[in-house]
Ligand binder design. Structure first.
Ligand code: 9MR
Ligand code: ZN
Length: 569
C-alpha cells in the first residue's frame, strides 16, 4: 500500500516537475554586465540558491541566494525570485546554475562580464542606422552582406492635400522603420536623441572609422550620419518655412528590397508638429555643428529661424486637428493632434542656438503647461529633448529653469523607483505602458534616469537605467534579447522589409524590436494572445507582427544613447 502510494507520489512529482520544467527560465542580460554594474538574476522557478560558473575554467566564481521578489506580477503574471551577484567583478564568461531541493540542473545562457560589454551592440546599431539610408547605393565595402542597390530616387508627387501640383526631388534621409516611409517628426526625434547622447558622452562618439563613406573625413561619423538625414530634412521645408509631414507610398509595399517595386511616393501636407520638430532639430544642429562646420551650422540656423517664424504666425495646430492620413492613404499615420510639446522643444533649441531672449520667453510661457514635468521622449512628445538640452547648457540665465527641471526630474525618478520596486523585472513600467513600441518606452524612461544620474549624480538612478537595459537585452518575461544580432536567444524574424527580402538568414544586426503590445494591433498577436494575457507577454518574434516586432530609428537611437552611457562605466 505504502509502496503504491510512493509510486503514485513519485509519478505525480515527475509530472509536476515536467510541467514546471516547460516554464523554467533563468532571466539575465544576455549581452552581459559591466564590471561595476548592479547584476541581478531572476527566475520564475522556486529556487533557493545559485552559482555563477566561470565557463572557461569550470569553477564556481560566486554563490548567492534567491529571494522572492513578486507573486502574480502585474505586467508578467509571474512569480519571480531574485538573486544578486553584483560582487562578482572579474572579467570573464559565465553562466548561472540554479539550485533547489528538486532540481539543480537549470542554467542560464552564457554571458560576459567586462568593462565594455556593450561595444559590440553599439557598433552594430551604428551600422544599422547607416543601413537605413535611402537614395544611395549601399556598397559592399561598407555593408558586407547587407549591400543593396540605390532606392527611391524618383521624384515624389505632391499629394493633393499639399494643394500643389507636380513633383519634387526628395532623395536621401533614413527609412523610418521596417517600411520605407520617411517622416519629419520621427527623423527629428532620432537626431535629437543622438545629439543628447553626443553631448553626454562626447569622447565616445569621436570615431571617424565606422567604415561608412564619410569615414576619415575628419568629422565624427555619428555627425556625418546625422547630416545625411539633415540634408533630406532641408528638402522637407517649404519656401515659407512650413514643413511637410512625410514622404511615403500610399499603402505599405510588401517585403521587397527598397530598390524593387515601382510604387510612386508622395509628399504629404505641412503640419505644425513637423514644422516645430524641424525648427528644433535645425537649431540644435546649428549649435552642435558650430565647432565642426560653421557654414553648415549657419544654414541650419537660418532654416530653424524661418520655420520658427512660420510657427509664430500660425499659433494654432495645423492642419486643423493635426495631420491625418487622407482617405486614399494607409501607410504610417503618426497622427498627432497636439503641438505644444513640439513647440516647447523648438523654443528651447532656438534660444540655445541664438541666445535671443524672446525664445526663452516663449519657452517659459509654454512651460506653464508642462511645469518642468518629464515624460518619455518620442515622436509624439519630444518635450523632454528640450529639457535635456537646457539641463546640459552652461548658461547663467538658465539657473532658475535648471533648478526647476531638476525638481521635475527628481519627482519623475521617485515615482518610477516606486513602480520599479514592485515590478517583477525591476523596471519602471506599468501595465498601461505596454503599448505599441513599448521597448522604446522602456529606454525613453531609462534616458530620464540617465539624465538624473548625470545632472544630479543620483546613483540609484544610474542603477535603475541599467536595469532597463538588462530588460531589453534578455531579462524580461519573454526571455529574449530584443535586439537583433546579439545575445543567445535573439530576434530572428524582425518585421523589417530589407531584412526579410535580402537573402541573409538573420536580420540586420543591432536593431531593437518594438516590444510587447497589450493592444494586439495586428492579426498575428490576436491569433496567439488573448485579451487577458499579461501585457509584458504580448510579443511574438514573427514577421507578421508589425505592432510588436518592428523596429524604428528613434527607438534604436534610444538604444544607442543608453548603451553608450552605460558602456565603459
Ligand atoms: O510607433 C508608432 C506607434 O506608436 C503608433 O501607434 C503606430 C500607429 O500609428 O505607428 C507606429 O509607427 C509605425 C509607423 O506608423 C510606420 N512605420 C513603422 C512604425 C513602427 O511600427
Ligand atoms: Zn529608400
Amino acid at each position: 500500500m505504502i509502496k503504491m502510494n510512493t509510486v503514485i507520489g513519485l509519478m505525480a512529482l515527475l509530472l509536476w516537475c515536467s510541467t514546471i520544467h516547460a516554464q523554467q527560465n533563468v532571466y539575465i542580460n544576455q549581452v552581459g554586465y559591466q564590471t561595476d554594474q548592479v547584476k541581478k538574476v531572476l527566475t520564475n522557478y522556486q529556487a533557493e540558491k545559485f552559482e555563477v560558473i566561470d565557463v572557461n575554467s569550470g569553477t564556481v566564481a560566486y554563490q548567492g541566494v534567491f529571494e522572492l521578489r513578486t507573486t502574480d506580477d502585474e505586467c508578467s503574471g509571474m512569480t519571480i525570485y531574485e538573486g544578486d551577484f553584483s560582487e562578482l567583478k572579474a572579467s570573464g564568461e559565465y553562466l548561472i546554475r540554479v539550485q533547489s531541493p528538486l532540481n539543480s540542473g537549470i542554467t542560464s545562457y552564457v554571458f560576459p562580464i567586462n568593462n565594455n560589454v556593450y561595444t559590440d551592440v553599439l557598433n552594430k546599431a551604428n551600422k544599422a542606422l547607416f543601413l537605413q539610408r535611402c537614395g544611395m547605393p549601399i556598397e559592399e565595402k561598407y555593408a558586407g552582406l547587407y549591400a543593396r542597390k540605390t532606392c527611391h530616387t524618383d521624384d515624389c508627387y505632391y499629394h493633393p492635400n499639399c494643394e500643389l501640383e507636380g513633383q519634387k526631388n526628395m532623395i536621401g534621409g533614413w527609412h523610418d522603420a521596417g517600411d520605407y516611409g520617411k517622416y519629419t517628426a520621427p527623423g527629428s526625434v532620432t537626431i535629437g536623441l543622438l545629439y543628447t547622447s553626443y553631448e553626454l558622452n562626447k569622447a565616445q562618439w569621436q570615431s571617424d572609422k565606422w567604415n561608412t563613406p564619410e569615414s576619415g573625413n575628419g568629422i565624427p561619423d555619428i555627425l556625418d550620419e546625422i547630416r545625411y538625414e539633415l540634408e533630406w530634412l532641408f528638402k522637407m521645408q517649404r519656401a515659407d518655412g512650413a514643413v511637410y509631414e512625410k514622404v511615403h507610398t500610399k499603402d505599405y509595399v510588401q517585403f521587397i528590397m527598397p530598390s524593387e517595386g515601382d510604387v510612386p511616393q508622395f509628399i504629404y501636407e505641412v503640419s505644425s508638429t513637423a514644422t516645430a520638430d524641424f525648427a528644433a532639430i535645425m537649431a540644435q544642429s546649428a549649435r552642435i555643428y558650430q565647432e565642426v562646420d560653421e557654414a553648415f551650422a549657419q544654414r541650419c540656423k537660418a532654416a530653424a529661424i524661418k520655420s520658427y517664424s512660420y510657427l509664430e504666425k500660425h499659433p494654432e495646430v495645423f492642419p486643423e486637428g493635426g495631420f491625418k492620413n487622407p482617405a486614399d492613404t494607409k501607410a504610417g499615420g503618426y497622427s498627432d493632434a497636439y503641438d505644444k510639446d513640439e513647440r516647447i522643444w523648438a523654443a528651447a533649441e532656438l534660444y540655445l542656438a541664438t541666445g535671443k531672449k524672446k525664445y526663452l520667453k516663449d519657452f517659459n510661457e509654454l512651460n506653464k503647461i508642462f511645469n518642468s514635468q518629464f515624460s518619455e521622449a518620442g515622436w509624439i512628445n519630444p518635450s523632454a529633448l528640450g529639457f535635456y538640452s537646457l539641463l546640459l547648457a552652461d548658461d547663467k540665465h538658465l539657473n532658475n529653469i535648471q533648478a526647476e527641471l531638476k525638481e521635475g526630474l527628481k519627482s519623475y525618478l521617485d515615482h518610477h523607483l516606486e513602480i520599479a520596486k514592485k515590478d517583477g523585472f525591476g523596471i519602471g513600467m506599468q501595465a498601461n505602458d505596454y503599448t505599441w513600441g513599448s521597448n522604446g518606452t522602456v529606454l525613453f524612461k531609462a534616458i530620464n534616469f540617465i539624465m538624473a544620474d548625470y545632472v544630479m549624480n543620483d546613483k540609484e538612478s544610474g542603477v535603475l537605467a541599467s536595469r532597463h537595459l538588462d530588460y531589453i537585452l534578455g531579462q524580461n518575461p519573454n526571455d529574449i534579447c530584443y535586439v537583433t544580432g546579439v545575445g543567445s536567444r535573439r530576434i530572428l524574424h524582425l518585421h523589417h522589409a530589407p531584412s526579410v527580402a535580402d537573402l541573409v538568414s538573420e536580420p540586420i544586426p543591432g536593431i531593437m524590436t518594438g516590444g510587447p503590445n497589450k493592444y494586439r494591433n495586428d492579426a498575428a498577436l490576436k491569433a496567439i494572445f488573448s485579451e487577458d494575457t499579461p501585457p509584458a507577454r504580448v510579443f511574438i518574434d514573427n514577421l507578421e507582427s508589425y505592432s510588436s516586432n518592428e523596429n524604428t530609428i528613434y527607438t534604436n537611437a534610444a538604444l544607442q544613447l543608453v548603451a553608450t552611457y552605460l558602456n565603459g562605466r
